[in-house]
Design a protein around this ligand. Structure first.
Ligand code: PBG
Length: 321
């Protein structure tokens, strides 16, 4: 035999030398769920180990995570039905609890990288990411609402805006308005290739944000398509996005690779709620080892070309370091 590939696997120290991909807690963004009130810490039923926190306990959670080395957080608000309406007006109400909490996080922890979500669904009585009229999701009318939301979040001190709505033209629209209003340093991580996926189920439980009718297939991408991801990425690149995101991650590793091979921007991947819950559910049955599965999953996402991973495993991973 001329070649014996096993020689490079013969000991841990040799394996370490030839290891191509490594994970760091610095690569991770930890998504957190916020509810109104005080002293609230409620586990999300379909996401064991993940909680909805009120501001006071969310700040404590962030402090704890920072001690473990996590430096980036993406906060998602869960709004009661009573505050939702068809135009998501609560999303840009300066007195709303989400914006106040974002501000407080940056005040207490100015060094964290704080990301927020730009889409109508948590505030929309229709449960859609865009404005609904006669059963249709309107694109251009939605942009105005997203822009107001973006300005309000930028004003609250957010470092990275995450438009997750999939409306056409929103990155450029938001970028222009941010710049006009002096927020030239506020970054945009575009949900570039966001697929209409079954794996968002537990997240919609966490936020009570499931669509009230129909599905999201007229704006989120068809899981059958990859070329479309290149069109979306071209547009986001031209419109000034600072990062391109693929979502979900696991069923879309080919898309992560495609964007990372074709675009010089940092690629992020969202290891979504359903991907987390699958591992937790199987582990609870004793069917697989949650820790090893987590490490393999995160590694595969990074190996496929994502520099940044948004993941509910962030704290668990950080604890191992
Ligand atoms: C909302 C949004 C969703 C997620 C992030 N932002 C859900 C959706 O599009 O229905 C999903 C995250 C997850 O499943 O972990 N625009």
């Amino acid at each position: 035999m001329q070649r014996r590939p096993r020689r490079n696997r013969k000991s841990e120290s040799v394996r370490n030398l030839v290891e191509e991909t490594s994970l760091s807690v610095k690569d991770l963004i930890f998504p957190l769920f916020l509810v109104e009130g005080t002293r609230q810490k409620i586990e999300v039923k379909s996401m064991p180990g993940i909680f909805r926190f009120s501001q006071d306990l969310l700040l404590k959670e962030i402090e704890e995570c920072m001690k473990l080395g996590i430096t980036a957080f993406d906060v998602f608000p869960a709004y009661p039905e009573s505050l939702k309406d068809s135009i998501a007006s609560e999303s840009y109400n300066p007195e709303t609890f989400y914006l106040k909490t974002l501000k407080e996080i940056k005040k207490q922890f100015p060094e964290v990288c704080l990301m927020s979500d730009v889409a109508m669904d948590p505030y929309s009585s229709d449960g859609h990411d865009g404005l609904v009229k006669n059963g249709k999701i309107l694109n251009d009318e939605t942009l105005e609402i997203l822009a107001k939301m973006s300005l309000a979040q930028a004003d609250a001190g957010v470092d990275i805006l995450g438009p997750s709505d999939m409306m056409d033209g929103r990155v450029g629209y938001i970028r222009e308005l941010l710049d006009e209003n002096g927020f030239v340093d506020t970054s945009i991580m575009s949900y570039t290739a966001k697929y209409a996926s079954a794996f968002y189920g537990p997240f919609r439980d966490a936020l009570d944000s499931a669509p009230k009718f129909g599905d999201k297939k007229t704006y989120q991408m068809n899981p059958a398509n990859s070329k479309e991801a290149l069109i979306e990425a071209d547009l986001d690149f031209d419109e000034g996005a600072d990062f391109l995101m693929v979502k979900p991650a696991l069923s879309y590793l080919d898309i992560i690779k495609l964007l990372s091979d074709n675009f010089p921007l940092p690629i992020a991947a969202y290891n979504v709620s359903g991907e987390y819950s699958m591992v937790k559910a199987a582990a609870a049955q004793g069917w697989l080892d949650s820790e090893r599965a987590m490490l393999e999953i995160l590694l595969s996402i990074k190996r496929s070309g994502a520099k940044i991973i948004l993941t509910y495993f962030a704290k668990e991973f950080a604890r191992l370091q």
